[in-house]
Design a protein around this ligand. Structure first.
Ligand code: SF4
Ligand code: SF4
Ligand code: SF4
Length: 294
């Protein structure tokens, strides 16, 4: 739950180089805003700022050069517009997502829907370390999920329908990883080379390649900035509900056990990452298995 503090103390209010002014960052899960919200933001930016926006690297919008005395009224106007004051400090900050299946031909999952659901549950929650969450619809990783504290990526493992391949080689041409070859007149996959993007499945003119395992990969402990760090693989899940539960439990675990002032990536071993991962993955999978009709 977001902290109930005065607007001057909110993470989305950032003191500028000239301390007489602040920049106000808004909450925009997945970077989506309606035309009406954009119009409303334009009016607010003109009334309370100098009349322009700054678009951030994490899919939010900032209104710069705001007089702090005007923050309470501006905060109410932003909330009424559906674009409330955002987050920047040691909190769960704006959830980032690529277009995913909504618009991108490479998308394997509903990135925007997932980002909005996670935002509703976790945005603004006070944490010992900043938690950035990023969702990408495929291994192209356009939103760099593995460079965030929690990353989510949609993947598909392909499998060829036995006995029907014509050996036309179309899937070989589409695979950028050189993970498919034609051997003895049929396509053969080398799993170690496959990044599970699913492109070959959509390329086969005879629809012989099927999605064997459509899933979400969760990574944890990634980091951008002055000490970039690739997140560790946490788990894979097939259901969106499992992903949301896992993210909630990761955030709860970090909240209870992490130390402030250090990167999450530097604490994972001390926080017994492996034991925690095994515990929650097993718990979620058992619950899903019990709920699945046999
Ligand atoms: S990560 Fe994949 S699905 Fe998302 S925008 Fe990039 S190419 Fe499309
Ligand atoms: S899923 Fe992607 S990487 Fe794997 S074989 Fe198909 S095209 Fe290649
Ligand atoms: S595109 Fe389809 S038919 Fe052609 S080689 Fe690949 S799996 Fe076989």
């Amino acid at each position: 739950m977001m902290r109930d503090v005065g607007i001057h103390m909110r993470g989305g209010v950032i003191t500028e180089r000239d301390p007489d002014f602040c920049t106000v960052r808004v909450r925009l899960p997945a970077g989506n805003l309606t035309v009406e919200q954009a119009r409303g933001l334009a009016v607010i930016a003109k009334k309370y700022g100098p009349g322009f926006f700054h678009v951030t690297a994490r899919q939010t919008i900032e209104i710069p050069h705001v007089n702090p005395a005007k923050l309470p009224r501006m905060g109410k106007a932003l909330a009424k517009n559906g674009t409330p004051v955002g987050s920047e400090r040691d909190e769960v900050v704006n959830i980032v997502a690529c277009p995913g299946v909504e618009r991108c031909k490479f998308g394997n999952i509903d990135t925007i829907g997932l980002a909005k659901k996670i935002d509703e549950k976790l945005f603004g929650r006070e944490m010992p370390v900043k938690i950035r969450i990023s969702v990408s619809g495929c291994p192209n990783a356009c939103t760099s999920p593995m460079l965030n504290e929690i990353g989510i990526m949609g993947r598909i493992l392909p499998v060829r329908t036995p006995g029907l391949c014509t050996g036309c080689g179309t899937c070989v041409e589409y695979c950028k990883e050189r993970a498919i070859a034609i051997k003895n007149g049929i396509s053969v996959l080398t799993p170690e080379k496959c990044v599970q993007c699913g492109v070959c499945i959509r390329s086969c003119p005879y629809l012989l390649l099927k999605p064997e395992h459509r899933h979400y990969l969760i990574t944890i402990g990634g980091r951008r900035g002055r000490h970039p760090h690739i997140g560790r693989e946490f788990a894979t899940f097939e259901q969106e509900s499992e992903v949301i539960e896992a993210v909630e439990r990761i955030v709860q675990w970090v909240y209870r056990r992490a130390w402030s002032g250090r990167l999450l990536s530097e604490q994972l071993d001390e926080l017994q990452f492996s034991a925690f991962r095994d515990e929650i993955v097993q718990g979620i999978r058992e619950r899903t298995a019990n709920e699945t009709p046999h």
